[in-house]
Ligand binder design. Structure first.
Ligand SMILES: Cc1ncc(COP(=O)(O)O)c(C=O)c1O
Length: 391
C-alpha cells in the first residue's frame, strides 16, 4: 500500500514545492541519504577497504534487492554508474561486424541513437527503425517483417522515452526476440521504479536502468541485467577489468560467472548502498502498488489538463505512464517556465535533441515535461492544473 503520509515524512525537505520531475532526478527518501552518509563516515573512520569488508553482506544485498525488483536472480545484476554506462557495456559485449543490423525505434533515447550511429561509423552496421501505428504504438507486424528480412544482430527498444509518456509494447517485442534467439536490449531507464517491470514477462537479454529517476536513488548509480543465456554464452564488456575477470596466465584471463563481469573493480560503494536502500524502499511499498497509484494520479492529471483551453498534450500511444508532456497555445517557453517556477513547481523542459525523430514528427521543438510519482497527491495535480490554467 502507498502510505502517503509516511512517504512524505520520509522526504523532510519537501516543503511547499510541487515536485514533478522524477523523470529527471527524483527526491530521495531520507533513509537513502542516511545510508550514504553512514557509509562515507565509516570510510572516513577506517578506510574504504575495511568498510567494504565489514559491510560485505549489505553490499551483497544490493544484488538481491535489484533482482527482487525485476524478478530475476542476483547473479544477473551488475551495478553501474548510470543507465548509459550499463548500455555502453552491454553494446560493447556484442561482436558487431559489417552489415550487421540493429533494429530500434523512432522513440529510443537520444544517446542510444548516438551510440548506434557511432557503431555504424566504426563497423559499417545498419540501423533500421520499426514503423509506428497511427496512434504512436509500435507496429508489431512491421517488426516481424523486419526480423524476417534482416535477421538482426540486436533489437534495442526504450520502454518509456525520455520525452513522452508512451509505454512501448515490449512484451510483444521480447516474445519475438526470444523465439528467434535475437539479443534484445531494453532501455528501462524511465520505467523501472515506476512500473512493475518483470523480466520473465519481457524476456529481454539486457535491461539497463538508472538510480536517480523513478527509483529515487542517488545520482551516479544504475544497474544492468544480463540474461542467463548471454552469461552462459560468455558475453562480456569489451574493456573488462580485474573486477570482472581474473588474470590467470600471461595471455589469458577468466571471467566471473555472474553479471558482475560487467562491473569495473572500483565501485562507489557509498552510492551503491544508497541505491540499495532506494530499491529496498520501493520493494517494501511494492511495485504493483506504486504502479497502481501512479496510474490513478496520471489519469487525474491528464483529465485535468485536457480540459484546459489551449493546452495540448503530446503523449502518444495506447498506454501512457508517469510522463506527461504539454504546451499551451500562444505561450512561449519563457512564459510557461517562469509561471511554473514562480509557483514552486519542479519540472523539466524536453527539447528536440532529446527526441529528434519524435519532435520532428510532432512539428515542435520543446515541451514541458511533468513526471509525478507516488509521493505526489491528487491535490497537487489540481494545484498544478490551476497554475497551468492561469498561464
Ligand atoms: C529513456 C532514457 N534512457 C537512458 C537515459 C540515460 O540515463 P543516464 O543519464 O542514467 O545514463 C535517460 C535519461 O534521461 C532516459 O530518459
Amino acid at each position: 500500500m502507498v502510505d502517503i503520509a509516511q512517504i512524505r515524512k520520509d522526504i523532510p525537505h519537501y516543503g511547499n514545492k510541487v515536485f514533478l520531475n522524477s523523470a529527471g532526478s527524483s527526491m530521495m527518501p531520507s533513509s537513502v541519504v542516511q545510508k550514504i552518509n553512514y557509509y562515507l563516515h565509516e570510510e572516513e573512520k577506517i578506510g574504504g577497504y575495511k568498510v567494504a569488508d565489514v559491510n560485505a553482506n549489505e553490499i551483497a544485498d544490493f544484488y538481491k534487492q535489484a533482482a527482487k525488483l525485476i524478478s530475476c536472480s542476483p547473479r544477473n545484476i551488475a551495478f553501474t554508474n548510470s543507465a548509459t554506462d550499463a548500455y555502453i557495456k552491454a553494446l560493447s559485449s556484442i561482436h558487431f561486424k559489417k552489415n550487421d543490423v540493429i533494429i530500434t525505434t523512432d522513440d529510443d533515447y537520444s544517446s542510444n541513437h548516438i551510440q548506434f550511429i557511432s557503431l555504424r561509423k566504426r563497423f559499417d552496421i545498419k540501423i533500421i527503425r520499426i514503423k509506428n501505428l497511427e496512434n504512436g504504438d509500435l507496429d508489431i507486424a512491421d517488426f516481424q517483417k523486419l526480423v524476417k528480412k534482416h535477421t538482426p544482430k540486436l533489437v534495442a527498444v526504450t520502454h518509456i522515452p525520455t520525452n513522452s509518456g508512451l509505454i512501448q509494447n515490449i512484451e510483444a517485442i521480447g516474445e519475438i526476440c526470444h523465439q528467434k534467439q535475437i539479443i534484445f536490449l531494453l532501455d528501462a531507464c524511465q520505467s523501472v521504479g515506476q512500473l512493475n517491470v518483470d523480466i520473465n514477462k519481457i524476456k529481454c537479454d539486457f535491461l539497463t536502468t538508472t538510480g536517480r529517476k523513478f527509483l529515487r536513488g542517488p545520482r551516479g548509480t544504475g544497474f544492468l541485467f544480463v540474461s542467463d543465456r548471454l552469461l552462459e554464452e560468455n558475453f562480456s564488456p569489451l574493456m573488462i577489468d580485474g573486477g570482472g575477470a581474473v588474470w590467470k596466465g600471461v595471455d589469458h584471463f577468466e571471467m566471473l560467472k555472474t553479471a558482475k563481469r560487467f562491473e569495473t573493480w572500483e565501485v562507489p560503494l557509498a552510492l551503491l548502498m544508497g541505491l540499495k536502500e532506494a530499491i529496498n524502499y520501493a520493494n517494501l511499498i511494492g511495485l504493483e502498488h506504486i504502479q497502481e497509484y501512479n496510474e490513478k494520479l496520471m489519469l487525474h492529471l491528464r483529465k485535468n489538463l485536457s480540459g484546459i483551453a489551449g493546452v495540448n498534450l503530446y503523449d502518444k500511444g495506447s498506454e501512457t505512464g508517469s510522463i506527461l508532456t504539454f504546451r499551451k497555445e500562444g505561450k512561449s517557453l519563457e512564459k510557461v517556465t517562469k509561471s511554473l517556477e514562480e509557483n514552486n513547481v519542479y519540472f523539466s523542459i524536453s527539447q528536440t535533441e532529446w527526441g529528434l525523430i519524435d519532435f520532428n514528427k510532432k512539428g515542435i521543438d520543446w515541451v514541458v515535461r511533468l513526471s509525478p510519482h507516488y509521493f505526489n497527491t491528487t491535490e497537487e495535480m489540481d494545484k498544478v492544473s490551476e497554475i497551468i490554467k492561469q498561464i
